[in-house]
Design a protein around this ligand. Structure first.
Ligand code: ACO
Length: 558
């Protein structure tokens, strides 16, 4: 057992089994005491490594996390206190491995219910190796103005009230942590305050005893008076009071409280106490969440969201709970309606969205997107890389002309422009008509998907005016060249205008906004992701080797 001071203003601890609150309380105490370095050097969390972000005053700091005691001690050789927040089941093993480290001097064991046989082994090891155990079943201890173990002395308000942010002259030791808080308060009112306070813990066999600490306090020059809080009939109280005092081992005033009444007072030699100059502790900034809860501050939010919410019992899409989606037979088209358009559209609309997704999910390995995903998968890349490399090819020449088709068809139709004038006008501007043209399909070899969508819309939509206008444009362009058919982007773009208009659920302004923002390419992106993921899995399953384009297929030129 150490014979003098256990802690100082530079003492650092390793904290075993991370608990956010006690670690933050230690750091807040450090700040109150104006310590220069945080008292927690590192955290040990079995099985995990990295950092935990905590506050040291106003500053956010990252405290390293180690996965085992040995690694933490090797990385922080000056941290000599081990604060063990392990459960009663693992307290023995972790405390023993800490005691075995050369760098560790003091081990505080917080857990209750550590088997007595385990504690006895720890005590025996600590004794022969000159180490100090505080606990088990303890809140820990505190050296005022210097160092605090875990939750000792409770809240910051209590610490300030008890003036524990600066040293007084009283050495205090008790069994109970809860009662210690009471006594810290009393002592701060009737003396100049605590110098050091230790709760030895409530077990029958504590790692260090009341008398161990009283004898230690006797050797600390700054301690002018000792206060002991014990239990009636506790064996240690007798050994302390009658043995140590009688043998003259203690030469400082001792006040002993047993069961909250003063049972014994003995002043062997009067200590001379010079009055302390009071200092005001700095104010600890309150955590934002606590301050908001207490209605003390208001903070502007940084994100506005209008489509989904996970704060209630159940997650919601545009106000519709998940259970409703399932119980009332909503489909993917309805989810798109809710998250994109913030309303439940009629079934024929959500079915149309689903058909678009089905039609656009894939069209073979030769299209740009599939090609990229396949080459990426064969280069051994992960799913996200394969998907993204495919999605990046989506643009005006591949699946990304839906919005432009809707924009131009809407503008021309709303202005009452005859198809021929529209096409010729685009030609003068040097713009290819979006939604028209195909690299493979021709007037005499139509794209089946376009036909399916047209048929569905003609049978289900109240009106298909925009699509019919696009067909008239196609008739005109086909008279110029056989490849200038209405393509899938064109049919989806024009039909979506009909959908938005035909439901009567969107204002003109809302339709313009949807077209302007460019919602509709999203349908192709969503759909094609399904195919690109499929191509990625397909390649990985077949374990294809790296893709190389053949030399024969390249024209080499200067
Ligand atoms: N409007 C006017 N003329 C066109 C259009 C059009 N939309 N598309 C092609 N042409 C003309 C070209 O100017 C070219 O004329 P030229 O021979 O006098 O030079 C001829 O038709 C061939 O055009 P290419 O660009 O070689 O045709 P390609 O097969 O490479 O392109 C594509 C097909 C990308 C779809 C093209 O028609 C186009 O850009 N269309 C407009 C955008 C569009 O709708 N993209 C849809 C992508 S999704 C999908 O492909 C299904």
């Amino acid at each position: 057992m150490a014979t003098g001071q256990l802690f100082s203003r530079t003492t650092q601890a390793l904290f075993y089994n991370y608990k956010q609150l006690p670690v933050q309380r230690m750091l807040d105490f450090d700040f109150l005491c104006r310590r220069e370095t945080p008292s927690v050097a590192a955290i040990i969390n079995p099985g995990s490594e990295g950092f935990k972000k905590l506050f040291f005053g106003q500053e956010e700091i990252a405290i390293p996390v180690h996965s085992n005691v040995e690694a933490a001690c090797a990385a922080h050789p000056t941290a000599d206190v081990f604060i063990n927040f392990a459960s009663s089941r693992s307290a023995f093993a972790s405390s023993m491995s800490a005691l075995k480290q050369q760098t560790i001097r003091v081990v505080a064991i917080i857990a209750e219910g550590v088997p007595e046989s385990d504690t006895k082994q720890l005590i025996a090891y600590a004794k022969t190796n000159n180490k100090v155990i505080i606990g088990p079943a303890t809140v820990g201890g505190i050296q005022a103005g210097a160092f605090k173990i875990g939750d000792t002395a409770g809240t910051t308000d209590n610490i300030i009230q008890c003036k524990l942010y600066r040293p007084g002259s009283v050495g205090f030791v008790s069994k109970s942590g809860g009662m210690s808080d009471e006594l810290y308060n009393t002592i701060a009112r009737v003396t100049d305050g605590i110098y050091e306070g230790i709760a030895i813990g409530g077990d029958v066999f504590p790692g260090s005893t009341l008398s161990d600490h009283v004898l230690r306090f006797n050797n600390i020059p700054q301690v002018k008076m000792i206060v002991v809080l014990g239990e009636l009939d506790g064996r240690d109280e007798y050994s302390l009071c009658f043995k140590a005092l009688k043998q003259g081992k203690i030469n400082k005033p001792v006040v002993g409280w047993v069961e909250s009444e003063v049972q014994l007072g003995h002043a062997v030699e009067e200590g001379k106490i010079t009055p302390i100059k009071e200092v005001t502790p700095p104010q600890i900034p309150e955590d934002l969440s606590t301050a908001i809860k207490g209605g003390k501050v208001r903070v502007p939010t940084h994100i506005i969201s209008t489509i989904s919410d996970e704060r209630g019992v159940e997650q919601r899409y545009a106000g519709v709970p998940m259970s409703t989606l399932v119980e009332q037979g909503y489909g993917v088209g309805d989810v798109v309606s809710l998250l994109w358009f913030k309303r439940t559209l009629p079934r024929y609309c959500s079915r149309f969205i689903e058909i678009c997704i089905m039609m656009c999910a894939d069209h073979g390995p030769c299209a740009s997107g599939a090609h990229n995903s396949i080459a990426t998968a064969r280069a051994g890349k992960d799913l996200i890389s394969c998907l993204v490399s495919g999605l990046l090819t989506i643009g005006p020449r591949f699946g990304g002309a839906i919005d432009d088709a809707a924009r131009y068809f809407k503008d021309a139709y709303d202005r009452g422009l005859p198809p021929s004038e529209f096409v010729e006008g685009m030609k003068i501007k040097g713009i290819c008509v979006p939604g028209i043209g195909h690299s493979v399909k021709r007037g005499d070899n139509r794209d089946k998907r376009v036909e399916i969508l047209q048929r569905y819309a003609r049978e289900n939509f109240p009106s298909v005016e925009y699509m019919e206008y696009a067909v008239q444009v196609e008739t005109y362009t086909l008279s110029k060249a056989n490849n200038l058919i209405l393509n899938i982007d064109g049919v989806i773009g024009s039909l979506f205008l009909d959908l938005l208009d035909g439901t009567g659920m969107f204002t003109k302004q809302e339709i313009d906004e949807i077209v302007e923002i460019g919602y509709l390419n999203g349908l192709f992106v969503l759909a094609r992701s399904i195919g690109l993921i499929g191509h990625t899995f397909d390649q990985k399953r077949m374990k294809q080797s790296l893709y190389r384009h053949p030399w024969e297929d390249v024209l080499y030129t200067k």
